[in-house]
Design a protein around this ligand. Structure first.
Ligand code: FDP
Length: 345
């Protein structure tokens, strides 16, 4: 065998024996006693591939700008927000497993198979970081899967979702230099990268553990004059205490939560979006941003907090409810909580 045919054989073997996302999801779902979950993951992954293609084509086809409407939180909707929302809804419907969907781009719960045996609600942010759209930098998608308590009923689904359902899985897609897919079923976090040549997500980061030291911090310091008390003291502390004290040593803020959090999961650090004068309850949405990412970060050994309580303990009150948020290495998040508590004392 010459060099190039050897390399080809090696590449083929690595691809055909690789752990694909469908293979991984089937094994994980069986282990966790949620066998049908594998179908749902495969549909979400398929939606991600289509969104990745649309995001790549958005600039050349001029699909970047606002369309004149606003979502439930009052943000101006862009064409790709709506396209991505449609793609996810179609794929979730195709799974046959989803009773209803909450999306950043929809006002209420979009009912799918609520009268059948569909066992899940899915809450999603189809395009996270949409201010990056016009400049062609990183974007994300976030999803949380909640288990129903009253399958077969289309009555009172909003209350069922808010008061009764439990979050069983969370994940995200990062559309960056590569398209990455990271998910958890509550135990263990695994990351995949899309191989464009074969159109499949391949396992690249098995069993991600969020490092407990080093890394960086991500926060929009342009809002520092608006932050709730304690946050500025935390940032000064991080900026002035030597890195060998085990604190994050550098600032990285991309404008897309998924890009910042992906780095933190792999390298350590903390992402914070505190409450501020413009967002007294915080900016990030509980059901489809903070909660699923919190599940994932804690499954990777990190911590997810509002600054006062763990994210899983924040009571759910409304579909588009927001929360202040700190996510990342457990010790850094605990230090952040301490600064907020001291400021409140
Ligand atoms: P965006 O509103 O652009 O979708 O999800 C909210 C989010 O982006 C995060 O991805 C990002 O980290 C943050 O908001 C950016 O907000 P600021 O511009 O206020 O910093």
């Amino acid at each position: 065998m010459n060099d190039s045919s050897f390399q080809r054989a090696d590449r083929v073997e690595r691809s055909s024996r690789a752990t694909t996302l469908p293979r991984h999801a089937a094994a994980r779902a069986a282990e966790r006693g949620e066998p049908r979950f594998a179908t749902l993951v495969s549909e979400i992954a398929f939606a991600a591939k289509v969104v990745a293609r649309e995001a790549r084509q958005a600039a050349p086809t001029g699909r970047l700008g606002t369309v004149g409407s606003a979502n439930a939180s009052g943000d101006a909707q862009k064409e790709l927000d709506l396209v991505a929302n449609r793609i996810f809804l179609d794929c979730l419907e195709a799974s046959g497993l989803v009773a209803g969907v909450v999306s950043e781009e929809l006002e209420g719960v979009e009912l799918q198979r609520c009268s059948g045996d569909a066992e899940y609600f899915v809450c999603l942010d189809p395009i996270d970081g949409s201010s990056n759209l016009e400049v062609g930098t990183s974007l994300g998608s976030i999803f949380g899967v909640y288990r129903r308590t009253r399958p077969g009923s289309c009555e009172g689904v909003e209350q069922e979702l808010l008061n009764e359902s439990s979050l069983v899985a969370g994940g995200y897609v990062l559309y960056g230099a590569a398209t990455a897919f990271v998910y958890t079923l509550g135990e263990g976090v695994d990351g995949f990268v899309l191989d464009q040549g074969i159109g499949e997500f391949l396992l690249s980061h098995p069993d991600i553990r969020c490092p407990q030291s080093g890394g960086g911090y991500s926060i929009n310091t342009g809002n520092s004059h608006l932050w709730e008390p304690g946050v500025l003291d935390f940032v000064r502390h991080v900026d002035t205490v030597a890195p060998d004290a085990g604190l994050p040593y550098t600032l990285r803020y991309s404008g897309a939560l998924m890009a910042d959090l992906h780095r933190i999961l792999l390298e350590g650090g903390v992402y914070c979006y505190p409450a501020d004068k413009d967002h007294p309850e915080g900016k990030l949405r509980l059901l489809y941003e903070a909660a699923p990412l919190g599940l994932l970060v804690e499954a990777a050994g990190g911590r997810a907090s509002s600054g006062r309580e763990r994210i899983p303990e924040v009571p759910r009150r409304a579909l588009h409810q927001t929360t202040s948020l700190a996510l990342g290495s457990a010790g850094y998040v605990a230090t952040y909580e301490r600064f907020l508590a001291e400021a409140a004392a």
